[in-house]
Design a protein around this ligand. Structure first.
Ligand code: GLC
Ligand code: CA
Length: 559
């Protein structure tokens, strides 16, 4: 396996709106990020992924771009971006930008032109169709609920939008569109950025003819057949984009919902893959209910084990994993997979140990390193996400129970991850001196950076130690992954092995005291405890009871 800088990196995602505000308007901004670079360096971060900061009317918080080559007014100026960029590079860190290729804002000049008349030169930049029998051109539903088509009076046709109606899909079949995007990509690379996280990339190709789908409702987020997810021919586009940046030493990670591991080589093969890594969705879709993403049920450890094993062993020798539990679209991991009430600290540390030491590049999402949790908003009006309002409206129209709807929203809302970063105990948790654009989680008094910096036993300091451990041991970066105790209902165990060195990671995913029985093959070797969230003696008994949410990493002596 090739050694490459981005395999050794630890990445950190910033959602700029909620990270740090420099001018008291309640909205995080670029100078705010710049002011926190030392914090990130100190944490051990190598690569920063910044969610979109481009010009945008903010229908979907920047994922609706109206100018790819300028900065959103609320976030600052291009000069402030340059300052941020050099601040990152001066500290020996790198930055990857969010690249949204599937769609633009409806306020992008291309779309304004495109919608102006049927024979405008930009008409074909987007996907326009006539209605069918007085209704939408097909039955596709938007990922943000409702039809994926919007009727436009001016020209009497519909345009396609897989996300909000203010995010019209670009027509990737048009070579001019691909050329414009490629030029834009090079413009950013020439500015000196170090790569991209590529948004919603499995959707850029649509099934020719845009046919009706058998289960339009199932199309959203669920990895079932859709007319717009991982469609044959998509790799021609992706390879073309790849050529655009072939001569830059960068890191690329695709957000690839629905890309199956059987196609790993085309997506992330070390030689020919479209990207260096992809974010797959299987482990974060574990708690979907029978009614899809908005429905939720208990998740299953046995299934989690299967999914992790599949990607960890399946990519060995083929490509590289992107490791994550959280991002700006997912509820907080302690609230989903841990116990935020009884074991907030132990379970946050256990989850950190779980995902940070597998094979791949770990991505920490802002606030995860201090164990931020889901928020409780009691009123719909406290939410900010366009997706939630669409969902709520649709449920009401379907005559569904309001309380049940609010319960679903409270669990699944993307806003759970978008509340202000909890820096300290001052008003609004230190995001801003003004009123933050979205309410702060009231638990900021107990969960905040300032307090955790000072506490040697904090989640934050555990993350720092974990990052140091990973960096100091190639086995934890390049090591082969093997799973153990496959049948155990409560304990997750894996080893990482490289050039004669071996680490054993054991994790209790429950608030119980399950008995850990060390597999025979791993017994009788001396060891040291490399890190643990309880205090554990430096010896590996063949059998012992684990503490609730305990995580222990043993470095085993060579056998
Ligand atoms: C991706 C982003 C999400 C956004 C969507 C549309 O899934 O992560 O936040 O809403 O694409 O751009
Ligand atoms: Ca601001």
């Amino acid at each position: 396996m090739k050694k490459i800088w981005w395999k050794e990196a630890v990445a950190y995602q910033i959602y700029p709106r909620s990270f740090m505000d420099s001018n008291g308007d309640g909205i995080g901004d670029l100078p705010g990020i710049t002011s926190k670079l030392d914090y990130l360096k100190e944490l051990g971060i190598d690569v920063i992924w910044i969610s979109p900061v481009y010009k945008s009317p903010n229908d979907d918080n920047g994922y609706d771009i109206s100018d790819y080559q300028d900065i959103m007014d609320e976030f600052g100026t291009i000069e402030e971006f340059d300052k941020l960029l050099s601040g990152i590079h001066e500290r020996g860190m790198k930055v990857i930008m969010d690249l949204v290729l599937n769609h633009t804002s409806d306020e992008h000049p291309w779309f304004i032109e495109s919608r102006s008349s049927r024979n405008n030169s930009k008409r074909d930049y987007y996907i326009w169709r006539d209605g069918k029998n007085g209704a939408e051109p097909n039955n596709w539903e938007s990922m943000f609920n409702g039809s994926a088509w919007e009727y436009d009076e001016t020209t009497g046709q519909y345009y396609l939008h897989l996300y909000s109606r203010r995010q019209p899909d670009l027509n990737m079949e048009n070579p001019e569109v691909r050329q414009e995007l490629a030029d834009m990509i090079r413009w950013w690379l020439d500015k000196g950025i170090d790569g991209f996280r590529v948004d919603a990339i499995t959707h850029i190709k649509k099934l020719p003819g845009l046919p009706d789908m058998p289960n339009p409702h199932g199309l959203r987020y669920v990895d079932s057949a859709a007319g717009h997810r991982n469609i044959e021919g998509i790799h021609d586009f992706l390879q073309q984009f790849k050529k655009t940046y072939a001569d830059y030493d960068i890191m690329t990670v695709g957000e690839a919902s629905g890309a199956p591991i059987s196609e790993a080589d085309r997506w992330i093969g070390e030689e020919n893959g479209a990207f260096n890594m992809i974010f797959q969705f299987e482990h974060v879709n574990l708690d979907f209910g029978s009614d899809g993403r908005w429905d939720f049920g208990p998740w299953d450890l046995a299934k989690l084990k299967q999914i992790i094993k599949k990607w960890q062993t399946g990519l060995e020798g083929i490509g590289w994993n992107a490791l994550y539990l959280e991002n700006h679209d997912q509820p907080r991991s302690v609230s989903r997979f841990g116990d935020p009430v009884n074991y907030p600290k132990a379970s946050a540390k256990m989850l950190a140990t779980f995902f940070m030491l597998m094979q791949g590049t770990p991505f920490i999402y802002q606030g995860q390193e201090i164990g931020m949790t889901n928020v409780v908003f009691n009123k719909l009006s406290e939410y900010r996400d366009v997706e939630i309002y669409n969902y709520y409206r649709e449920r009401l129209m379907d005559g569904k129970d309001v309380e049940d709807t609010m319960r679903r929203i409270s669990y699944r809302a993307r806003d759970n991850a978008r509340t202000p970063m909890q820096w300290n105990d001052s008003v609004s948790g230190g995001l801003s001196e003004g009123i933050p654009w979205i309410g702060v989680n009231p638990n900021y008094h107990d969960i905040n950076v300032e307090q955790q910096v000072a506490d040697p036993d904090s989640i934050l300091n555990y993350y720092k130690e974990l990052i140091k451990l990973r960096k100091a041991n190639e086995a934890l970066i390049y090591g082969k992954y093997d799973d153990w105790l496959e049948e155990h209902p409560e304990i997750f165990a894996y080893t990482r092995t490289f050039e004669g060195r071996m680490f054993l990671i054991v994790l209790n995913f429950y608030a119980n005291h399950p008995e850990l029985e060390i597999p025979l093959e791993l017994r009788g070797r001396g060891c040291r405890v490399a890190i643990s969230n309880y205090s554990r003696p430096e010896q590996l008994n063949d059998k012992f009871k684990m503490e609730p949410y305990e995580a222990i990493v043993y470095e085993l002596n060579p056998s």
